[in-house]
Design a binder for this molecule. Sequence first.
Ligand code: 4IP
Length: 147
Amino acid sequence: PGLDKRKIVELWELDLSTSRGILNISPEEKRRRLEIQARESVWHKFVNGELILKQGLVDKRKGLFARRRMLLLTTGPRLFYVDPVNMVLKGEIPWSPDLRVEAKNFRIFLVYTPNRTYYLEDPQSYALEWERVIKEVRIGTYGRDTT
Ligand code: 4IP
């Protein structure tokens, strides 16, 4: 009571921009969020039924040009990117124990994979959040580095 549906969705979306407290949720909370996501999120159809841990628009640079994409980090873990204008899934940054992330500043962060380095720029300056949450997911999935 007190919070209408719109408010709840707004709070949930704010939470998604920073991923605050979303990584260690109970199975019950996960189910509840998946239900809301399936009902309310236009990105749900791209993520293979997984829970979105963080989402945000980023400019993904390849060659001379950058393309604006909705980046979706899910529980897989997976990192999908969607063309937000045409609403088409364009690809996925492949996860592996070798994936690394590094924020260069508030806007630019790099995701290193064995075959490619992804140059990403967050126009909203959430690059440090992306770095933090991708690191957390990596450690949560594959454990801490021993090297
Ligand atoms: C494209 O450049 C886009 O950046 C593509 O990104 C990218 O594919 C292409 O690289 C690149 O050539 P133009 O749009 O200027 O042609 P997106 O798929 O997000 O649209 P990925 O997905 O791999 O970054 P190639 O080398 O993958 O074709």
